[in-house]
Design a protein around this ligand. Structure first.
Ligand SMILES: Cc1cc2nc3c(=O)[nH]c(=O)nc-3n(C[C@@H](O)[C@@H](O)[C@H](O)COP(=O)(O)OP(=O)(O)OC[C@H]3O[C@@H](n4cnc5c(N)ncnc54)[C@H](O)[C@@H]3O)c2cc1C
Length: 433
């Protein structure tokens, strides 16, 4: 019989890669990580020249859990002879291409990663009390055994209803770069959405001097910035997760909707760069462009006769409908959690909520025993905006490792916020001070 691993990590995005870094030095924890891609690849369709990650380098794979780790971003810079240049640059925000190169450097050193391996099904071996991970690798089928699983399978592109099953050359923003040249050759392109990806694509096409008309349409009432003020950043803290997780599901859902602007907006500097580019272009070579806010896409039709989309739009505040014709269409409409079909055979071992989502414990477990199946970045509905945040990955991994080993290897900082979330306990008591 093949050996039983302490855990199998499914998916090798930044979050499980961080877990691989933090568990590699631990002899008492034997884990292996699988990914269906052939190599580490972080949002390749949006690796636009010059864009940075939205967090300082301290939010690398390991530093917030273990600043002495050999897999830190600073050690990567040192090992590749770029630390002095990074220091002189005096910008704490790594380029996105640099973050990808850093993760690639890490994957080259770790012994516990297996790429080109798709997890097709998970079953449970009752007598042996372990999970069987059924994989496909090339034409080969293999079964791995593990006492625990850590799901890090990320999210998938989300499309609004009118844009699903659409004929023609429409793309999701995740696939932008391979289509960039083709888009630049069209006489009109429309971008739907106003998150960071939409803004980066808009600026990229604007700066490339796209010959055609460039439309940017969002249902948001304005092109709003992500919020980075320090007391708001305290929402990405263990203290806030404690508070959020204990709220009723309806309250959490409302908060998630209200908090979108904190992290689903556009970097403020990028908004200003876009404005300044439009201003400069107006003097010499005015950019043929239309920016529309408060406008929802209600229907879309591909008309092959003239190779154009007919987009039906609705201005929400004025309650007025209108149409827009566009040759190209980019849907920068975000991502949704993946539904891992491979879990179907172990469905009954998992706790689900009334909407069919994982019911995630405070410690990131989703199985009935709260000790066997952990999730990374599938818990926005229970753990708030901290779920997709690269800066919270090391914290979450410290918690998962402590649960797997029954002891804290990487000290977990539990109370970091200056502000207090929620009323004092017990209910009705007086707040000291
Ligand atoms: C363009 C973009 C930029 C971003 N920038 C930032 C940023 O600057 N700061 C920030 O905080 N957040 C950022 N984010 C959000 C952040 O959450 C993601 O960037 C991050 O990639 C999430 O990592 P992950 O490990 O959850 O999943 P992913 O990176 O999506 O990786 C999941 C992996 O699982 C694999 N997989 C899926 N199913 C299977 C299967 N059945 N078998 C085997 N493998 C499987 C996939 O191949 C994939 O490699 C950004 C998101 C996007 C889209």
């Amino acid at each position: 019989m093949t050996p039983t691993h302490d855990f199998v990590g499914i998916g090798i995005g930044p979050f499980n890669l961080g877990l691989a870094c933090l568990t590699a030095p631990l002899s008492e924890l034997d884990g292996i990580f699988l990914d269906e891609r052939d190599s580490f690849s972080w949002h390749p369709g949006l690796m636009i020249d010059g864009v940075t990650i939205q967090l300082p380098f301290l939010a690398d794979l390991v530093t917030m859990a273990d600043p002495t780790s050999a897999y830190s971003f600073l050690n990567y810079l040192k090992a590749t002879g770029r630390l002095c240049r990074f220091y002189i640059r005096e910008d704490f925000y790594p380029l996105r291409a640099e973050y990808q190169a850093y993760c690639q450097w890490v994957t080259d050193q770790l012994p516990n990663l297996q790429f080109g391996t798709r997890v097709a099904q998970i079953t449970y071996d009752e007598p042996e009390r372990c999970y069987l991970v059924h994989t496909r690798r090339g034409g080969q089928r293999e079964v791995l055994r593990a006492r625990r699983l850590v799901l890090g399978i990320g999210t998938e592109p989300w499309l609004p209803a009118p844009a699903r099953d659409l004929a023609g050359p429409a793309i999701h923003s995740a696939d932008y770069l391979p289509h960039r040249e083709e888009l630049r050759s069209l006489d009109s392109v429309t971008i739907i959405g106003s998150g960071q990806s939409a803004a980066e694509i808009y600026l990229d096409l604007l700066q490339a001097g796209t010959p055609g008309h460039l439309n940017w349409v969002t249902r948001s009432p304005r092109f709003f910035p992500m919020e980075y003020t320090k007391l708001s950043l305290e929402l990405t803290s263990p203290d806030y997760i404690d508070y959020f997780h204990a709220l009723p599901a309806t309250g959490r859902g409302r908060l998630n909707r209200e908090q979108r602007h904190l992290y689903k907006g556009i970097n403020g500097a990028l908004i200003n760069q876009i404005y300044d580019t439009l201003y400069r272009r107006e003097l010499g070579d005015p950019a043929p462009t239309t920016l529309l806010t408060g406008v929802t896409l209600t229907a879309a039709d591909w008309q092959p006769a003239d190779s154009r989309y007919q987009l039906r739009l609705r201005h929400e505040e004025q309650a007025r409908e209108f149409t827009l014709r566009s040759q190209g269409l980019i849907l920068a409409t975000g991502y949704q959690p993946r539904t891992p079909g491979f879990l179907a055979p172990v469905h009954d071992r998992i706790r689900w909520d009334e909407y069919g989502r994982f019911q995630v414990s405070r410690g990131y477990a989703v199985d009935l025993a709260e000790a066997e199946i952990f999730v990374q970045n599938a818990e926005e509905h229970t753990h708030s905006l901290t779920a997709p945040d690269l800066g919270m990955g090391a914290y979450r991994n410290s918690v998962i490792i402590a649960a797997m080993l029954g002891k804290e290897i990487y000290p977990i900082e539990r109370s970091v916020a200056f502000q207090r979330f929620g009323a004092p306990e017990p209910a009705g008591s007086e707040l000291a001070g």
